[in-house]
Design a protein around this ligand. Structure first.
Ligand code: ADP
Length: 465
């Protein structure tokens, strides 16, 4: 490596450094003596400065000072009258001393320059190693998708070598059905310098197989030293396959469990009727409890099935036109029947007709009201209100419960996410909000929450009118 040659004096033995310094001064003196007749001795110092600089650069400060001292002696002896004598006038002595001081300055400067260069080379090498040994593929891409740099890990991940990559554009490695989606994400940040967008997509491996990669695309076009879009990506094929298998499993298991549970529920209802007829109060209470637990399991299974439907993109919305307030009153009534602890207070905007999937919107409101009751055990009211805001109807569900901390609020709409501190005390799968969010997004609406820990929460969602 070049830097090894640059800083070789650290490896040269100390004696050899002084010998080299002496030899260089001797060579310079011989050259100057040879050229003395044609060019005279009017510039006795110049060549020696070059020697001092060279020695300082490659053999260190001490050797440089030694060469400066030897050069001063040689100048005094050979080039300052009287020649071939160390006798010297005070004026000339001052000149020689000034020469030696300049040598010290040159050695000092050279030393600083060498340290700065070493630091730059080391930093460069460090970053080069980081990029080359990183398991994440790094590419520099122009706005038209042409690849201008690809790290060695890109070859490890995709199988394509530098020649394949640097003469092509990124679109040619994608699956045709995903090109539009990836391009959309890529160009969504084209006018926003510094922004990053993430996308999960497939890439055709050089050997023909298909791999899943997760790419982070960052717009550094306005960064003068980079001047391109940076794509970092890693191979997530194993994770995606594992997730798919998990989803398939959940889908099959939930589907298979649904049938026996439906029969079980029917049998419990028959049993409950019989117990009532026989006036067997204790057994009626027990069967009632069994029925409630079955309802909970059925609700969980429906949630799991919904998640698999959402993941595979087969959750269809059966939209119809209906009156929202009517539906809200039905949901409120049925939830109110299941609780004695809370009163649901409504404050509804004038009646509006919306085009939506009635069952799914019912599911969202049910989920928000059940959560509001579940997560406010010390309160006795929950509020449901609606407001017309522009072209949207917004539904608010407010509770005075445990609230959500700032650090967790962004994650509660994630799949299977549950706030850590409540896991033990409140049961649930962490799916209700995820499903609700997707249902609302599927209707072109938005969903969010205002909350503060220990200070209650207000969940809201909007639907286009
Ligand atoms: P589940 O209630 O089954 O855990 P959800 O998806 O409905 O799943 O809710 C996800 C998480 O969000 C809950 O585990 C809880 O921590 C938090 N959460 C939801 N609603 C409320 C609420 N009204 N007040 C406080 N925390 C809530």
């Amino acid at each position: 490596m070049k830097s090894g040659a640059l800083f070789q004096y650290t490896r040269t033995s100390p004696y050899l450094r002084y010998i080299i310094a002496f030899a260089l001064v001797a060579v310079a003196t011989i050259i100057k003596l040879t050229l003395l007749a044609p060019i005279g001795s009017s510039t006795p110092y110049l060549l020696y400065f070059a020697v001092v600089l060279f020695v300082a650069r490659y053999y260190g400060n001490a050797a440089a000072l030694c060469s400066g001292f030897l050069a001063a002696l040689a100048i005094t002896y050979f080039f300052i009258p009287p020649l071939l004598s160390f006798r010297i006038s005070s004026n000339n002595l001052l000149q020689v001393i000034a020469f030696f001081c300049e040598c010290v300055f040159i050695a000092w400067l050279s030393n600083h320059l060498e340290r700065a260069t070493r630091q730059i080379v080391e930093n460069q090498k460090r970053f080069q190693i980081l990029i080359e040994k990183s398991s994440v593929g790094i590419m520099m891409v122009q706005l038209d998708g042409r690849i201008i740099y690809s790290s060695p890990s890109v070859t490890d991940i995709t199988g394509y070598n530098n020649m394949d990559l640097e003469s092509s554009d990124i679109w040619s490695f994608l699956m045709s059905e995903e090109i539009t989606d990836v391009k959309e994400k890529f160009y969504s940040i084209a006018s926003c310098p510094g922004r990053t967008v993430k996308v999960l997509h497939r890439v055709r491996h050089r050997k023909g197989s298909i791999i899943w990669v997760e790419s982070a695309i960052t717009n550094l076009i306005e960064e003068p030293l980079v001047n391109s879009v940076i794509i970092n990506f890693s191979d997530v094929t194993e994770r995606v396959i594992r997730d798919q298998q998990m989803e398939d499993f959940i889908g099959i298991a939930s589907h298979e469990l649904k049938t026996p549970l439906t029969s079980l529920k029917a049998y419990t209802q028959v049993l409950e009727m019989r117990m009532k007829k026989e006036n067997n109060a204790t057994s009626t209470i027990l069967v009632n409890k069994i029925d409630k637990q079955i309802n909970r399991v059925v609700a969980m299974i429906f949630d799991l099935l919904d998640v698999t439907k959402l993941q595979s993109g087969i959750m269809h919305l059966n939209k119809e036109r209906f009156e929202l307030n009517e539906m809200i009153c039905d949901v409120v009534e049925s939830i109110q029947n299941t609780t004695d602890s809370h009163q649901i207070i409504t404050d509804l905007a004038p009646a509006v007709l919306i085009d939506a999937d009635k069952n799914r919107i019912n599911q969202v409101i049910t989920n928000l009201l059940s959560n509001a009751i579940k997560y406010s055990p010390d309160a006795d009211t929950v509020n449901l209100s609606t407001k017309i805001e522009g072209n949207f109807i917004v539904v608010y569900v407010k509770d005075r419960g445990i609230g959500i901390s700032k650090s967790e609020i962004d994650k509660i709409f994630d799949r299977f996410y549950r706030v850590d501190r409540i896991r033990e005390s409140y049961q649930g799968l962490g799916l209700g909000l995820y499903i609700s969010y997707q249902i609302i997004a599927g209707h072109g609406g938005k969903m969010g929450v205002y909350s503060e820990e220990s200070n209650g929460s207000t969940f809201w969602f909007s639907l286009p009118l």
